[in-house]
Design a protein around this ligand. Structure first.
Ligand SMILES: [Zn+2]
Length: 500
């Protein structure tokens, strides 16, 4: 594959810049021109849309590591200075499945919507398996709601905030550990069954560590749940209203299932690119800056005029901004704390690289002062106010607002930006107890953001054109340089972590 020469250009220029000029860079504002160069390279068709596990990943990861190195950072993935943290992933591709459900009299129940896959891959055949409805799967006391051994457990997955203290993944893991042979999830009605079928057939990526040790895993829709409960003489609506009750007990169904399913399992490693600038004080902890490098790859069928989802705004713009930030933070005197840059993989597949990092951190989680995420920054014009995704859910709003105002930046202090809190990598670190925020201009005025989300977002049109504003991204670059310096120095931020 031919790599366009401009992809190699920017990093090479900075590597060749003499030291006195680099110190000048350390104080220079982020320019739209440098962001343009890096976004153009990362969203070039040569990167194939940066899908994890493809040749596009290799090009993107190498480009980012080279840029971080040229900026003055060292590899931070491991003790020997490597740049790449392996993230074991799995895709399960649908081959076929057939599930037959029989009622108490052995008659076939028609018209059910069930889709299955085999987490271990290959062919699985199950005959005459009992079904059990387990509600949320795990009760208020933390134990599994019924005896699921040798059965297929049917679990409601709704996990809006406050719905259940454990995530659906954690509850499925508990059911598998309790001996369920299979798990069927019932998603909320807002997820159409047809879309879930497409996702199953498309081979969704998952963290290998999260693949459940069950024979079959599937999804049924709400009308199918109603039918199955009805055949057992139970009313779904009244049962669902009791899920949170302390005395909720699982319901063994009279129906039984035969399942035949074939799945194609592919195991592969993708990579988080991790860089580090060591601080002066070994024990003072670290400031993290994260942004996802991945996107959706070739997202249109063969033969389509433009197949590549280039992800210029989502999130080549965030990586370009991280690189610009690195060029300033990599020069001059070191700060007190380490600065760690993490270009994460598989954010688009469900924050997978960020969840992997939270489980395998290169800095102990309680030594991370703050994690700053940068995603989808090329939305706002220059001068846009700063909003915080995560405002009110971290200890540092006042300090962050102060840093922004000291730069002359207006602060948007309402909580509208929190609508995106679960849709960005910071969520995975926040769930692990790390103070995590995403600050920037994209999430203050919702109008241009919505225009983007309803337009080129996750489509082949997310490309770098003259219409993509880079002024707000440059502002956000300057903001992150100031935030990193503030939180990485003991004079401006003495406490290492609110948890200590
Ligand atoms: Zn995205």
């Amino acid at each position: 594959m031919k790599i366009p020469s401009r992809i190699l250009f920017t990093a090479a220029v900075f590597a060749a810049t003499p030291l006195h000029a680099q110190n000048a860079i350390a104080d220079a504002p982020v320019t739209e021109a440098e962001l343009h160069a890096d976004i153009a390279a990362l969203s070039d068709d040569a990167m194939l849309g940066r899908l994890p596990g493809t040749a596009g990943e290799t090009l993107a990861a190498q480009y980012i590591a080279r840029a971080f190195a040229a900026a003055g950072f060292v590899g931070g993935a491991n003790a020997s200075g490597g740049w790449y943290q392996p993230v074991p992933l799995v895709t399960l591709n649908y081959v076929d499945d057939l599930t037959l459900v029989r009622d108490r009299a052995g008659r076939l129940v028609e018209g059910l919507h069930i889709i299955n896959r085999a987490p271990a891959g290959g062919r699985v055949e199950l005959d005459d398996v009992p079904l059990i409805f387990v509600g949320h799967g795990v009760g208020a006391d933390g134990s599994v709601t019924g005896d699921v051994r040798g059965k297929i457990a049917i679990m409601v997955t709704d996990d809006r905030p406050g719905e259940h203290p454990l995530s659906a993944d954690q509850r499925r893991a508990a059911l598998a550990a309790a001996g369920a042979v299979g798990i069927w999830s019932v998603p909320p009605a807002r997820f159409p069954f047809a879309a879930i079928q497409r996702q199953y057939r498309g081979g969704r990526m998952q963290l290998a560590a999260r693949i459940l040790p069950v024979r079959v895993e599937g999804v049924i829709d709400r009308p199918t749940l109603d039918r199955l409960l009805g055949l057992s003489g139970r009313n779904a609506t009244s049962l669902l209203s009791q899920l949170a009750a302390e005395d909720f007990a699982a319901v063994d169904l009279v129906t039984r299932a035969d399942v035949q399913v074939t799945s194609l399992r592919r195991d592969f490693n993708s990579y988080n690119v991790i860089a580090r600038r060591p601080g002066r004080h070994r024990d003072a902890g670290a400031v993290l800056i994260t942004g996802h490098w991945d996107h959706l790859g070739e997202c249109r069928p063969a033969g389509a005029e433009d197949r590549i989802c280039n992800g210029a705004v989502d999130n080549a713009s965030g990586i370009a901004t991280m690189i610009a930030v690195a060029r300033r933070l990599g020069q001059g005197a070191p700060m007190d704390r380490d600065v760690v840059l993490i270009a994460t993989t598989a954010e688009e597949q469900g924050l997978l690289g960020a969840y992997h990092y939270a489980a395998h951190p290169t800095v102990p989680l309680n030594k991370i002062t703050i994690a700053l995420n940068i995603d989808t920054v090329a939305i706002a014009q220059r001068g846009a106010p700063m909003a915080i995704v995560g405002r009110g859910a971290n200890p540092y709003d006042v300090e962050i607002d102060g840093v922004a105002r000291a730069l002359g930046r207006a602060v948007d202090s309402d909580l509208d930006a929190n609508a995106f809190i679960r849709r960005q990598d910071g969520w995975a670190l926040g769930a692990a107890g790390v103070p995590s925020i995403m600050a920037g201009g994209s999430f203050s005025d919702m109008a241009p953001l919505e225009t983007y989300l309803e337009g080129p977002y996750h489509a082949p049109d997310d490309e770098l054109t003259d219409a993509v504003p880079l002024g707000g991204a440059a502002d956000d670059g300057d903001l992150h340089i100031a935030l990193a310096r503030h939180f990485a120095n003991l004079a401006t931020h003495p406490a290492s972590n609110s948890a200590e």
